[in-house]
Write a protein that binds this ligand. Structure first.
Ligand code: OOB
Length: 554
C-alpha cells in the first residue's frame, strides 16, 4: 500500500515521485519506522526534556507504541484524522509518533485556537477525535473541545491530557504508560504501518485567501524536509534544540526543529514560554546549542541579553524566520547572543530556504537564504506569470520533493493557488540576490503577518462584517514596532451605526491573535479599477491618518 489513497490529497505526478525516490530524497518508510530507527541507535540517550521530565529515545518509542495500540482500541486507524491541540512537550511527541505508527493523521492546531477554528478544522478534515489538555494558561480546553464535539452533527471523541478528565471523555495520560510486552506490540504495529507516500500530518497554512487551509504532508516528504534541513543546519548527536515557538508550526516541528534533532540523535528541550527569563535559564541549564525564533521574539532576547547575566555561551546557532528580519537588527542578533545567525524563509506548504552557516556576513544579514534541495524548483514571475529578469522582484513560485501540490480537500483554492502544472504560488514577492539567495521584499497575498503568526484578512473581515452596524470592512496590516505588523480593520458603518474598538474586540470563539487591534472608520473605502477594495491605497490612507494624529499634541 504505497500509493496515496486519501481523496483529499493531490499527489505528485508518478514520474516526479519516481525521480525523488531515485535521488534518495524519499526513502520509502513512514515516520513511525524512523522513530524506531532512532530508538535503536540512541536508545538510552535523552530525546526529550520537558520540565523535570527526561525521556529517552527508547522510552519515547515504547510509549508511542503503547498509545498507538490504545488508539486502535478506540477505533482510530489508518487514514483517520484527529485535531490535536496540545502544548509542546513529551506528551505531544508521544501522541505525534503514536499517530505516525498507525497512519492516524494529526491536524496540528495552535493553543490559541477556539471554537470557530477547531470546528472548521475538524469538519474540513473529517476528524474523528479532538485531543486537548484539561486546561492550559487558565483556559478550560476540555470545555472548548466538548462544545466543538457536541455542536452540529459532529461525532467526535474527546481525548484529554492532565488529571482533570471528565466523564464521557477519554483520559490520555494512562494510555501513554510503558507497555508490558513492548516487543510483541512492536511487531503488531509494524504490520499496521502506513505507506510512506500517505498523509502523515496536516499543518495549517498561513492563509492565502479565505480561511486557513490544511497542508497535507506525507511521511516521505516530511522526513526529507527535516533531514535536509538538519544537514544544512549542522545538526548532529551533540545538538540540543530548544523549542520556543508553538510545536504545531512547521518551523519548530520539522525545519529542522524537533524532527531534525531527533533524526540527528540530539536532544529536544521544551521551553514553557519564549520569555527570556524562562528561556535563558533553560539554555544555561541544558546547554542548548540551537533554537529557532521569529523576529519579534529574537528582538526581546537581544534586549534581554544586554541586561541578564545567564551563560548563553553554549548557544551556537539561532535561526530566525517566519517574518521579515530587518538587516540592521539582524546584525545585532549574533553579537548580542554570541552565536551564528541563520535566516530561514519557509512555509508550511513546503519550500525551505536557509542561509548556510559558513555564508559571508553580507548574505546572512541581507538575504533569506536558498533552497535546501537540488530538486527544489523556484521561479520568480511577474503579474502575467512571466519570469522576471534576474534581480527584479516578482512572485515566488515553487515545486519540489517536499512542496505540496494542493491543499487538503480544497479544489477551489487549489485552482487559484497552484498552477495547472503544479507550482505553488507563494504570494510572496522576492528578488534573486546575485549570490543565488532569495530576498523577501513583500507579498501579494491578503494576509497579516503578526509576529510570524499569519492571519487571513478575509477571515477577520468575515467576523467584522457579521456585526449589524457594519456595511463594509477591510482588514489590513499596520506597522508594529515589536510584532512587525498588527491588524487594523477599516469599516464603513451603516447609517446611524456606531462602533468602538472595544466592541470589535469583544468577539470570542476565535483565537485572540486574530482580534483587531486598531479600528479606522471611513465613509467609503478606496476601490481598484475592477471594484475590489484597494488595500494598498487603504494602507497609505491609514498611515497618513496616523501621521496627522501624531501632530496633535496630547
Ligand atoms: C513559516 O511558515 P508559515 O506557513 O507560517 O508562513 C509562510 C509565510 C511565507 O510565505 C512568507 O510570507 C512568510 O511566512 N515568511 C517570511 C520568512 N519566513 C516566512 N517572510 C520574510 N522573511 C522570512 N524569513 O513562516 C516558516 C516555515 C518553516 C520555516 C520557517 C518559517
Amino acid at each position: 500500500m504505497d500509493t496515496p489513497t486519501d481523496p483529499g490529497m493531490v499527489p505528485w505526478p508518478a514520474d516526479q515521485a519516481a525521480r525523488y525516490t531515485a535521488a534518495g530524497h524519499w526513502r520509502g518508510r513512514p515516520l513511525g519506522h524512523w522513530m524506531w530507527t532512532w530508538a535503536r541507535r540512541r536508545g538510552p540517550h535523552t530525546a526529550v526534556v520537558d520540565g523535570d521530565r527526561r525521556i529517552s529515545y527508547l522510552e519515547l518509542a515504547r510509549r508511542a507504541d503503547a498509545l498507538a495500540d490504545h488508539l486502535l482500541d478506540h477505533g482510530l486507524g489508518n487514514g483517520d484524522k484527529i485535531v490535536v491541540q496540545l502544548p509542546g512537550g513529551w506528551k505531544y511527541l508521544t501522541l505525534f509518533f503514536a499517530c505516525q505508527r498507525i497512519g492516524v493523521v494529526p491536524v496540528l492546531a495552535l493553543m490559541a485556537h477556539r471554537e470557530r477554528e477547531l470546528a472548521y478544522f475538524a469538519d474540513l478534515a473529517g476528524a474523528k477525535a479532538l485531543v486537548v489538555p484539561d486546561e492550559f494558561n487558565d483556559f478550560d480546553h476540555q470545555e472548548l473541545a466538548a462544545d466543538v464535539a457536541r455542536d452540529g452533527d459532529r461525532s467526535l471523541q474527546v481525548f484529554v491530557t492532565g488529571p482533570g478528565c471528565r466523564d464521557g471523555h477519554v483520559a490520555l495520560d494512562p494510555l501513554m504508560e510503558m507497555p508490558d510486552d513492548g516487543e510483541g506490540l512492536r511487531g503488531k504495529l509494524n504490520a499496521l504501518a502506513p505507506g510512506s507516500r500517505q498523509l502523515a500530518l496536516l499543518l495549517l497554512s498561513g492563509g492565502t485567501t479565505g480561511m486557513s487551509k490544511l497542508v497535507p504532508r506525507t511521511h516521505d516528504d516530511y522526513e526529507y524536509n527535516a533531514r535536509r534541513s538538519a544537514e544544512v543546519s549542522g545538526f548532529g548527536p551533540g545538538t540540543v534544540y530548544l523549542v520556543v515557538l508553538p510545536a504545531a508550526h512547521n518551523f519548530p516541528l520539522g525545519s529542522p526543529g524537533i524532527l531534525g534533532t531527533l533524526l540527528s540523535g540530539g536532544r529536544v528541550v521544551f521551553a514553557p514560554s519564549p520569555r527570556p527569563e524562562v528561556a535563558f535559564p533553560l539554555i544555561e541549564r541544558e546547554r542548548v546549542t540551537v533554537t529557532s525564533l521569529v523576529p519579534s521574539i529574537a528582538q526581546r532576547w537581544v534586549e534581554a541579553a544586554a541586561v541578564e547575566s545567564y551563560d548563553l555561551s553554549c548557544l551556537h546557532v539561532v535561526q530566525v524566520g517566519g517574518s521579515v528580519l530587518a538587516p540592521e537588527f539582524a546584525a545585532r542578533v549574533g553579537a548580542a547572543l554570541g552565536c551564528t545567525l541563520q535566516q530561514v524563509y519557509g512555509m508550511a506548504e513546503g519550500l525551505l530556504n536557509y542561509t548556510r552557516l559558513d555564508d559571508p556576513e553580507s548574505v546572512v544579514l541581507r538575504t533569506q537564504g536558498r533552497p535546501i534541495s537540488p530538486d527544489d524548483e523556484v521561479r520568480i514571475v511577474d503579474e502575467f506569470r512571466r519570469p522576471v529578469p534576474p534581480g527584479t522582484p516578482g512572485e515566488l513560485q515553487a515545486r519540489g520533493p517536499y512542496t505540496i501540490r494542493g491543499y487538503y480537500a480544497a479544489p477551489e483554492s487549489n485552482a487559484v493557488t497552484f498552477t495547472s502544472d503544479g507550482w505553488y504560488r507563494s504570494g510572496d514577492i522576492v528578488r534573486m540576490h546575485p549570490t543565488g539567495n532569495l530576498v523577501v521584499e513583500g507579498r501579494i497575498k491578503d494576509v497579516i503577518n503578526r509576529g510570524g503568526e499569519k492571519i487571513s484578512a478575509t477571515e477577520v473581515e468575515a467576523v467584522v462584517k457579521a456585526l449589524p452596524q457594519v456595511a463594509q470592512a477591510a482588514a489590513i496590516p499596520v506597522p508594529d514596532p515589536v510584532l512587525g505588523e498588527r491588524i487594523c480593520v477599516c469599516v464603513v458603518l451603516r447609517p446611524g451605526g456606531d462602533l468602538t474598538l472595544d466592541e470589535l474586540r469583544r468577539e470570542d470563539g476565535v483565537a485572540k491573535y486574530k482580534i483587531p487591534e486598531q479600528l479606522e472608520i471611513f465613509t467609503d473605502l478606496p476601490l481598484t479599477p475592477v471594484g475590489k477594495v484597494d488595500k494598498k491605497e487603504l494602507c497609505i490612507l491609514v498611515e497618513r491618518r496616523r501621521g496627522s494624529r501624531q501632530e496633535i499634541p496630547p
